[in-house]
Design a protein around this ligand. Structure first.
Ligand code: SF4
Length: 360
């Protein structure tokens, strides 16, 4: 059994990477806040060969929430509906207010650790109207789907704001000056969706993809596998995290998703509307669809505040330290953009690790 936290093994792999690194620059992109945390926390960028760069794509589920969907939740809270959601969401800026600010103005906004808490609250307080603000990638969508299949209480509905990772990866390939040479695909999303959704990248885009776990050595192994593909002149889909991720994914979770959701176009904060990148409740579940039930209307929303560079951070175009507001007027205590709010946001991760240089 490999010890994925072994410093000795990490040194060996880092040495191997230096031996196989190309003489030209290569850029690998991960699409996962947890991967960014591992890369930053363990200082992996500092052990990579000079020609190898790892950048973070749109892998923070809170950061990609468009302001208009925060605005919907804020309006619900201010109109007397109890909004239950994850703690990370509360400080994400809406167009004018965050949910935390709506709460300070009297809105009933409650932090939950999972959808079960929202169901429990709705059962215990039948006189109140509840909305669960359901956010996240393919990882959290099955929990919401399975709860809806069970038939939640009538005083609970769902503001669905889930997003899908493969369409975001495809978006990055269409941005000509990003020059991505390979993807490190997220282990937890892949646990649900399996490998099939990534096949398009090597087959249609000649783009190497390696699904990776979350230990430092998982990431170093994945980079090693990507470099070997580049050196061999092939683009393949490989699974470094095969101790957890199965090619077929989690069939039960996928079945629940397919039963409850349609795949629709979705807006991503700062990135615009991506085709077939979001979930929406199927019409047979519309009694639990908060958009149908409460008929809240909001505008298109203001995604990026003046000066904030989150739209460039989220596509890996720049690093947090390239934003002029980073740790000057934008700090974890006083965030100006979602990338500094969420524990999965790159700005927050870099700031918490005191990063002020590119080689971390
Ligand atoms: S440092 Fe703050 S203002 Fe700059 S991109 Fe990050 S979140 Fe936005």
């Amino acid at each position: 059994m490999v010890n994925f936290r072994s410093p000795e093994l990490a040194k060996q792999v880092a040495g191997h990477l230096k031996g196989i690194a190309p003489k030209f620059p290569v850029k690998f992109c991960h699409v996962c806040g947890t991967h960014e945390w591992t890369v930053t926390h363990f200082g992996l960028r500092s052990v990579l060969p000079e020609m190898v760069e790892v950048v973070a794509g749109p892998g923070c589920p809170v950061c990609v929430l468009p302001a208009a969907e925060i605005d919907e939740a804020v309006k619900l809270a201010l109109e007397g509906v109890t909004v239950a959601t994850f703690g990370d969401v509360l400080r994400v800026p809406g167009s004018s207010l965050s949910l935390a600010e709506a709460r300070s103005r009297g809105g009933d906004v409650r932090i939950v650790y999972g959808i079960h808490d929202a169901v429990k609250m709705a059962i215990e307080e039948p006189e109140r109207e509840f909305v669960f603000f359901s956010i996240g990638f393919e990882t959290t969508a099955p929990l919401t789907a399975s709860e809806i299949l069970k038939g939640p209480p009538d005083n609970l509905s769902f503001l669905i704001s889930h997003r899908l990772i493969p369409p975001a990866m495809e978006l990055l390939l269409g941005i000509g000056d990003l020059h991505i040479d390979g993807f490190i695909a997220p282990g937890h999303v892949s646990t649900i969706i399996g490998l099939k959704s990534y096949e398009i990248f090597p087959s249609a885009y000649n783009m190497p993809v390696v699904v990776a776990g979350f230990e430092p050595l998982d990431i170093l192994f994945a980079i090693d596998m990507l470099l070997q593909q580049i050196n061999n002149g092939v683009a393949k889909l490989e699974n470094e995290y095969n101790r957890v991720v199965k090619p077929e994914g989690n069939e039960k979770a996928l079945r629940h998703i397919q039963q409850v959701f349609n795949v629709v176009d979705g807006r991503w904060r700062g990135l615009g509307r991506l085709p077939l990148s979001a979930f929406a409740l199927k019409s047979k579940f519309e009694k639990w669809d908060s958009r149908k039930k409460h008929k809240i209307k909001v505008g298109v929303g203001r995604d990026i505040l003046p000066g904030c560079q989150c739209h460039l951070i989220m596509i890996g175009k720049i690093n947090p330290i390239d934003c002029p507001l980073y740790m000057s007027i934008c700090t974890p205590e006083s965030p100006k953009g979602p990338c500094m709010v969420s524990i999965e946001g790159s700005c927050r991760i870099w700031s918490k690790h005191g990063i002020d240089t590119h080689k971390t």
